[in-house]
Design a protein around this ligand. Structure first.
Ligand code: ADE
Ligand code: ZN
Length: 335
């Protein structure tokens, strides 16, 4: 199964670029930019990654991002992630970035987008990895700040396919952002949102109805509402599930208790993703392996996760067809 997973063509739809900052690169950038960090070694940083919920992670995560200052830093961060994609046979990736984490520290929007897109373009040329970029609003900040961020993004519309919503779900429901999402839709952006990670199923219902989202990030708490489940199955609304993230942040105590395989078998369009791999112990292959080691899944089901991700992606129908054929051929040759 290990080699089947390793060579399976994969698509990632839930990946925060700031969450790919490995401790080694954090140290390198801290030194290069003369930023102090409260750790002596990369191993010490890893030891500090013990989380008991989403907020305990976010506090450390936003602190880590302080070492990102120049365009080259955003390029180096993104390029390092794309090399992991190459290793894991990720053929297409849709990447989140959180502009407010940086603009609030005085970093210009163009520095962030410039560095990330330079690496993405290079990966398309040199590694054959295609990508899309999704800009997330931080939900612990107010809607005015999100509006300001949307305004800053308008000159880069051709580089950003969608807007999303992340950070602390508890106490920051979808309703808080309904006006800015409507404006984003008016401006031609697609929309996605984190919902039903730590928050209740109602957040999924509200994100679908108030924010016009076309796929749900996490969404694992959908099982708490029967009607919602029926609707998600009927419409094949995609869920970008992040298994290692969910166990690290105690959404599920163990991988055996994770509901991803149950959701797949009920007919939901669930996908496997890495969320913040530098913090949660693994990239795409590690997430697939963690699921396969904890649940008796078939090769067919593993391939279905990839096919679901292709279906759920923001690429053209023609590109989807090509990738699905690639996965089906791989499955046929390896069963
Ligand atoms: N930002 C980065 N990772 C996140 C997650 N899992 N949930 C909410 N916001 C995030
Ligand atoms: Zn996330």
């Amino acid at each position: 199964m290990d080699s089947f997973i390793k060579n399976l063509p994969k698509v990632e739809l839930h990946l925060h670029i700031e969450g790919t900052l490995e401790p080694e690169l954090m140290f390198q950038l801290a030194k290069r930019n003369n930023v102090s960090i409260p750790f002596e070694t990369p191993d010490q940083v890893r030891d500090a990654y013990q989380f008991h919920n989403l907020q305990s992670f976010l506090d450390i995560y936003y602190q880590g991002a302080n070492v990102l200052i120049h365009e080259q830093d955003f390029y180096d961060l993104t390029w390092a992630y794309l090399l992991k994609c190459q290793q894991d046979n990720v053929v297409h990736t849709e990447i989140f970035f959180d502009p407010q984490t940086h603009t609030e520290r005085g970093i210009a929007f163009e520095v962030i987008v410039g560095g990330i897109t330079r690496a993405l373009n290079q990966a398309e040329q040199e590694l054959g990895i295609s990508s899309q970029l999704i800009m997330c609003f931080l939900r612990h900040l107010d809607e005015d700040s999100a509006f300001e961020t949307l305004k800053q993004a308008l000159p880069y519309k051709d580089k950003i396919i969608a807007v999303g919503l992340d950070s602390s779900e508890q106490g920051n429901p979808p309703e808080k952002f309904k006006h800015v999402f409507q404006e984003a839709i008016n401006q031609g952006f697609l929309t996605v949102a984190h919902a039903g990670e730590e928050g209740p199923a109602q957040n999924i219902i509200d994100a679908l109805s108030l924010l016009g989202i076309t796929r749900i990030d996490h969404g694992v708490r959908c099982v708490e509402d029967e009607d919602l489940m029926e609707q998600l199955i009927a419409k094949r609304t995609p869920l970008t599930v992040c298994p290692l993230s969910n166990t690290k942040l105690k959404v599920f105590e163990t991988m055996q208790e994770h509901n991803i395989v149950e959701l797949l078998r009920k007919g939901l369009c669930v996908t496997i993703n890495s969320d913040d791999p530098a913090y949660f112990g693994g990239y795409m292959n590690d997430n697939f392996l963690a699921v396969a080691n904890a649940h008796p899944v078939t090769k067919n089901e593993l391939a279905q996760f990839s096919i679901n991700a292709i279906e759920a992606s923001f690429i053209s129908p023609h590109a989807k067809e090509d990738l699905i054929t690639q996965v089906r051929q791989y499955l046929a040759a390896n069963t």
